[in-house]
Design a protein around this ligand. Sequence first.
Ligand code: UTP
Length: 224
Amino acid sequence: MENIVISIGGSVILSKDIDVQYYKKFAKLIEKFSKDYKIYIIVGGGKPARKYIQLGRKLGLNEKTLDDFGIIITRINAKLLTNIINTSNTKIPTTTNKAIKMRNKIIIMGGTTPGHSTDYVGSELASKTKSEKFIIATNVDGVYDKDPNKNNDAKQIKEITPEKLIKKYGISWKSAGSNVVIDGPALKEIQNNEILTYVLNGKKLAELEKVLQDKKFNGTVIKK
Ligand code: UTP
């Protein structure tokens, strides 16, 4: 059975309003596709992670501690999803190796170690499991030429190579809570292992479904 890895942003899972229907639909969609694929879901930290990191930074805590705050929040978000998605794991694995050893058809986890975001964890899982697809479900419709949350004239990019993204964003981890479209360590992993990566808006479940069905979707493909 093929593997699929989905990295879903904390901002997608925990947005301003609590949309119960969204969680139900997301759970249903994942359960449906778990008949065809083994699915790994890595959940981000979103706003609560950034709030703790901001507070800790103001209090003078070191970067590793701040990353640890973020990791704990990602695991709480993962815990939320394991409770609403049937046949998923109940214990949240703390490393990708532990996740791979789990027998559930759907495995949900958060962060692992300091120094990167959950997108990196997803890319590591995608390369270790030789996943058919690595999907980054974020809060915008894919990769843009500039931040679409700040620039009205930002243009969506349909397809791009990892090399071009690395040229623009680099491969290093900037700091705890950094909010870039894909973090540097993940880009490096995507490039080194030629991981076929799809970036889409995780709030738009129809787009996620299209990628799972190999249909044309609204978002960005990252490939060589
Ligand atoms: P996220 O992956 O959520 O980063 O991890 P993000 O960029 O805020 O993504 P969204 O908003 O969820 O889409 C939150 C923070 O937790 C730490 C990092 O500091 C990161 O910025 N973290 C996360 C780690 O240090 N290691 C991990 O494996 C995961």
